[in-house]
Design a binder for this molecule. Structure first.
Ligand SMILES: Cc1cc2nc3c(=O)[nH]c(=O)nc-3n(C[C@H](O)[C@H](O)[C@H](O)COP(=O)(O)OP(=O)(O)OC[C@H]3O[C@@H](n4cnc5c(N)ncnc54)[C@H](O)[C@@H]3O)c2cc1C
Length: 422
């Protein structure tokens, strides 16, 4: 069966490795002329770390990223609103890894080249249009001959050409108002405990920071940070340009965080000491009623772009790739495999898109701000701990990383007994 994947991002590359492990020989077509480590930090949550570890990438993943062991939520006064262990410390069989997006992409790219061969990735191939039928697909690339395949997987990200081909009337992404400003800062010390994720503020003024490199001996850290500003603004009609590489001026957002100075964290200093800052509007798209048409399906951001809340963007793309391979390898026919993949992943990811629109796990911060905005407000009386726990646990269940369920779930590897621990 000839399978082609459009887009060699996190989802496309993982899908290729997963399909290969199941005995297929997929070919990736990527628009970029060469692979380059773009982006800043992302999180690989335990349910995605599991999939990469089961693909045999444990060593590379752990070497390139940082194992996170706690999540700390604070209000704008620096007071702790929520704390929970993460990764192995939370009882998962797999770690949570914070990593530079570009390094993860390069790691996956090298693995594809080593395992599938250099010919398995065709760079400089931008999909222009395609025809999908019950028996196969024809893909047309700018400046290259057309390619025929039995199955085509659209893993071409938030601006997906494949999705546009399937839904020509869909229009632009939904903008909630507001931007994410992202960068990295080298710190000559630990951020909190060293392997900590810090989430502070509330929906329309939020600061997120976590290490993507950490030297436990010296404490030296490379911190990925995000300022999420104005995300509670009224939704506007037309979203601004969505370019992952668009640079931003600090003065657009720094004033909103200048007074966030706490004994152990100075948000202003972290922002001021950073490298280039990138901006991206807070956009997503409505969940689709259908992903598969003929022999074409969608995966990752092409299928379910979501607000980057709860660290699920890359994680869900990785899981899609593994689920697709599992379904195709165990199905009666290609159509049955595509059908089962969609059944498994479309409703699950739609729930996360919806949940992220309601602030996902960050609803804890939002309610803390709404109910106890003053420095001296009695947070515990106004926002009981049990309610905070309910939000945190509920999100994990919906996003598929409730520890007990994940630890007990069968592997996506079709070989019996293939599940692996840390
Ligand atoms: C350059 C870049 C930087 C990013 N930086 C961040 C970041 O800092 N933080 C963050 O949270 N998320 C970032 N993301 C998004 C993040 O990677 C995704 O949200 C998540 O990993 C899901 O991955 P995906 O494979 O579905 O999409 P992506 O990782 O976006 O990959 C899509 C791939 O498809 C390719 N492509 C697009 N159109 C075509 C076409 N017509 N033909 C062929 N190939 C095509 C793209 O070049 C890209 O390589 C970035 C994405 C990109 C492309």
């Amino acid at each position: 069966m000839k399978i082609i994947i459009i887009g060699a991002g996190i989802g496309g590359l993982t899908a290729a490795l997963s399909l290969h492990k199941c005995g297929f020989s997929p070919v990736l077509y990527e628009a970029a002329p060469a692979m380059a480590p773009l982006g800043v930090g992302i999180n690989v949550l335990p349910h995605a770390a599991r999939e990469l570890i089961e693909l045999g990438l444990s060593e590379e993943l752990r070497a390139a990223g940082v194992e996170i062991d706690e999540l700390v939520y604070r209000n704008k006064w620096g007071r702790q609103v929520w704390h929970e262990p993460r990764g192995l410390a939370a009882g998962y069989r797999w770690p949570q890894i914070a990593i530079h997006r570009g390094e993860l992409q390069m790691l996956l790219f090298r693995a594809v080249q080593q395992r599938l061969g250099v010919d398995a990735i065709r760079m400089g191939h931008s999909l222009e249009r395609f025809e999908t039928e019950d028996s196969g697909v024809v893909a047309h690339f700018a400046g290259h001959p057309a390619v025929q395949a039995d199955i085509m997987v659209g893993a071409d990200g938030i601006h997906s050409m494949v999705r546009r081909g399937l839904y020509p009337q869909e229009g632009p992404a939904r903008w909630r108002g507001g931007f994410l400003y992202r960068s990295t800062t080298a710190l000559p010390h630990r951020l909190l405990g060293g392997r900590s994720m810090l989430w502070a503020g509330y929906a329309s003024r939020k600061f997120v920071a976590y290490p993507i490199r950490y030297d436990a001996a010296t404490g030296n850290s490379l911190i990925n940070w995000i300022c999420d500003l104005g995300h509670g603004q009224q939704e506007r009609e037309a979203p601004p340009r969505q370019d992952w590489n668009m640079q931003a001026d600090r003065e657009k957002f720094l004033p909103a965080f200048r007074d966030w100075q706490w004994p152990d964290v100075s948000v202003e200093s972290i922002i001021n000491a950073s490298g280039v800052v990138y901006e991206f509007p807070m956009v997503d798209r409505d969940p689709l009623p259908r992903w598969t048409f003929g022999r074409t399906t969608l995966l990752g951001d092409a299928a379910h772009p979501m607000y980057p809340i709860g660290s699920n963007g890359a994680t869900q793309a990785i899981i899609d790739g593994r689920a697709l391979a599992f379904c195709l390898a165990t199905a009666k026919s290609p159509d049955d495999g595509l059908h089962r993949y969609e059944e498994m992943r479309r409703p699950a990811t739609a729930r996360i898109v919806e949940m992220n629109r309601a602030n996902g796990p960050d609803q804890v911060l939002e309610l803390a701000e709404l109910r106890a905005p003053g420095r001296e407000d009695d947070l515990d009386a106004l926002f009981p701990h049990a309610e905070r726990k309910e939000i945190a646990d509920g999100y994990k269940k919906i996003a598929g990383f409730d520890p007990a369920t994940l630890n007990a779930r069968e592997s996506f590897d079709p070989r019996p007994g293939a599940s692996s621990g840390p």
